[in-house]
Design a protein around this ligand. Structure first.
Ligand SMILES: NC(=O)c1ccc[n+]([C@@H]2O[C@H](COP(=O)([O-])OP(=O)(O)OC[C@H]3O[C@@H](n4cnc5c(N)ncnc54)[C@H](OP(=O)(O)O)[C@@H]3O)[C@@H](O)[C@H]2O)c1
Length: 312
């Protein structure tokens, strides 16, 4: 099969489309013929070795496809079912394959209803998991005000909608091209960058109760100021390097309890049209160089997805 892999850690130049044997599922895994694979910033962190492991490795943390092999301990799924889930073979794992491959192993997965195409399904697992994990850790009550900083991407798009649904008053920061969309989900919006504290304070004259940071590193001091000085009211998923020195909780590091239990509900809500995550563009596996460039450029509108099969 074809798989996007790297033989050594490094920059965009180390990624190759290779011919490799198909992975075999363990007792608690299924194998899918991949139709689509969501593209995430973590793919490039894996490729660079930032998340550990040993090369060779594959990229692609989430994939949707058609079940073609089932582990001996797996129940409730049939050959031929359309499913989406968390890829269990990467990063840089023993087999060195990720979801950006013609076949992938899934450990946490859920059926995809026919109303949801597999490209849109493949965009959702990590964004839903991370959005809910962060919102639950922040534990804002209905009526409280939350700043979601850097909300234009995949995690922010989902976090804004779920927070609004929970009755939280949401202020979202994003680039100008994402503001109308986030406003449409029910958030008050402003741009990030210079003057952030003043602009957010104008939108929230009674103050910000919690801040959810998913922006490139550098904003924690502003966010602490905006929540009235208590770093415990801020959570970051993206600035792990500076979190400890600011006393800000961070999630996604070693020891994190991941929330793959959110997958069935997230997929159902998306299929019912109640959870939106636009797919900005899809790429064939052969177009991986452009996919890396656009993703690493850092201004994705919603999600980028590899389209692997032909049936989605
Ligand atoms: N810790 C974890 O468990 C975990 C899990 C998933 C993701 N993450 C991290 O969370 C971050 C977001 O992930 P994602 O999947 O949503 O990424 P994404 O889809 O690539 O979106 C990134 C967004 O960052 C925004 N951005 C760029 N420059 C910014 C700036 N100076 N200030 C504020 N926002 C800025 C962009 O918004 P505009 O397009 O509006 O400019 C872009 O849409 C990434 O750093 C990712 O690595 C962590």
């Amino acid at each position: 099969m074809k798989a996007l892999r790297f033989q050594e850690f490094g920059g965009p130049e180390v990624l190759r489309l290779e011919e490799v044997p198909e992975p075999q599922p363990g007792p608690e895994e299924i194998r899918v013929a991949v139709e689509a694979c969501g593209i995430n910033p973590a793919d490039w962190a894996i490729r660079e070795g930032v998340l550990g492991g040993e090369p060779p490795g594959g990229i692609g943390i989430e994939a949707a496809g058609v079940v073609d092999a089932i582990g001996s301990a797996v129940e409730g799924v049939q050959l031929g079912d359309a499913v989406v889930g968390h890829v269990s073979t990467g990063p840089a794992g023993p087999t060195g394959y990720g979801g950006a491959s013609e076949y992938a192993l899934l450990s946490n997965f859920t059926p995809v209803p026919p109303q949801l195409d597999l490209v849109r399904a493949a965009a959702l697992p990590l964004a839903v998991e991370t959005a809910v994990r962060g919102l639950d850790l922040l534990d804002a009550a209905a009526g409280e005000t939350m700043l979601i900083h850097g909300a234009g991407g995949a995690v922010g798009t989902i976090a804004v909608q779920i927070a609004v649904e929970r009755g939280i008053v949401v202020i979202a920061t994003a680039g100008p091209h994402n503001l109308d969309r986030l406003r449409g989900y029910g958030a008050a919006v402003t741009t990030y960058g210079d003057g952030l504290v003043e602009r957010v304070s104008t939108l929230a004259p009674d103050g910000i109760d919690r801040a959810y940071d998913m922006s490139p590193p550098s904003s924690l001091a502003d966010l602490i100021e905006l929540v009235g000085g208590d770093p415990g009211r801020v959570l970051t998923i993206s600035d792990h390097d500076n979190a400890d020195s600011h006393g800000v909780p961070a999630t996604g590091r070693a020891g994190t309890v991941f929330r793959w239990d959110t997958l069935p509900v997230g997929i159902r809500l998306a299929a019912e049209g109640k959870l939106d995550l636009p797919v900005q563009v899809t790429f064939a596996l052969e177009e991986f160089a452009e996919a890396q460039r656009l993703s690493e450029d850092g201004h994705v509108t919603g999600k980028l997805v590899f389209r692997v099969g032909t049936g989605s």
